[in-house]
Design a protein around this ligand. Structure first.
Ligand SMILES: [Zn+2]
Length: 261
């Protein structure tokens, strides 16, 4: 098959997955069942027909407004679809048509959902992280990739480190600093990626979190110290970097800082 055709198929699959993720991000934290129920306009409750629900195309065709009440549809919906499609194509470029690619696509989808659910509601649903941990351990039984021991150690290092940081934070600040959701997310990431990449994710997410927090404090006058910035989005972002470039970054670190001595 022509390479461009494969990228097109992967991209279209990404758009469809992104469309599904929009539903997950909206419904999961609100405890709306996924079953038969069709999507409604959040403003006028008009049912959305299948031809108004085609990823990207419908948004452009409707020019970003509800067909019934003309209320503006958030630009976030098509953005999630496009970002998912680009990410899927990037992962395909990196992994090729392999089992690792399929695993990476599932993990990346979960991370997009975690990123936006935590951003919106300051929670990371167990219904993502617990099946995620099980799946991360499960795929380690397949040939290639991590062994089951590496996945199990990754899970313990990921979850355990954040658990210890949470205990330390609670003791230092006398209030909850790190939620259980972050701990379970880190455990899930460890199961999928192994302990080396999970340590990279901690360092990278702390660095991204610091830069963004300072940025918000500088830019926003409304910023108050009590406003909680969730950590999950930074973990998710760093995990996507680790998923795509982790092997190369760890190789670079080892050859530059460890082997030279
Ligand atoms: Zn409407």
């Amino acid at each position: 098959m022509e390479p461009w055709l494969i990228y097109l198929i992967v991209g279209l699959y990404g758009l469809l997955t992104g469309s599904f993720l929009n539903v997950v991000i909206y419904r999961l934290p609100r405890r709306i069942p996924f079953g038969m129920q069709r999507s409604k306009c959040p403003s006028c409750s008009a049912l959305i027909t299948w031809y108004q629900n085609i990823p990207l195309v419908s948004y452009l065709f409707l020019r970003g407004r509800c067909a019934n009440c003309r209320t503006r549809i958030s630009l976030r919906y098509p953005l999630v679809e496009v970002v998912t499609a680009l990410l899927f194509m990037g992962l395909f470029w990196h992994f090729g048509l392999t089992l690792d690619f399929l695993i990476a696509v599932v993990l990346a989808s979960a991370l997009i959902a975690v990123f936006l659910i935590d951003y919106d509601h300051q929670i990371i649903p167990d219904r993502i992280t617990i099946p995620g941990m099980v799946l991360g351990l499960g795929v380690a039984f397949a040939p290639g990739g991590l062994t089951i021991w590496q996945a199990a150690i990754g899970l313990l290092v990921g979850g355990g480190s954040l658990y210890l940081i949470a205990l330390l934070g609670d003791w230092l600040f006398k209030k909850e600093s790190m939620g259980g959701g972050d701990i379970k997310l880190a455990a899930m990431l460890g199961a999928f990626l192994g302990w080396q990449k999970v340590l990279f994710i901690f360092v990278a997410s702390a660095a991204i979190g610091l830069v963004v927090s300072i940025g918000i404090m500088v830019v926003s006058s409304k910023f108050r110290r009590e406003r909680v910035i969730p950590f999950g989005p930074f973990l998710a972002l760093a995990a996507l970097v680790a998923l795509m470039f982790g092997d190369r970054l760890i190789d670079y670190y080892v050859t530059t800082f460890v082997l030279v001595r």
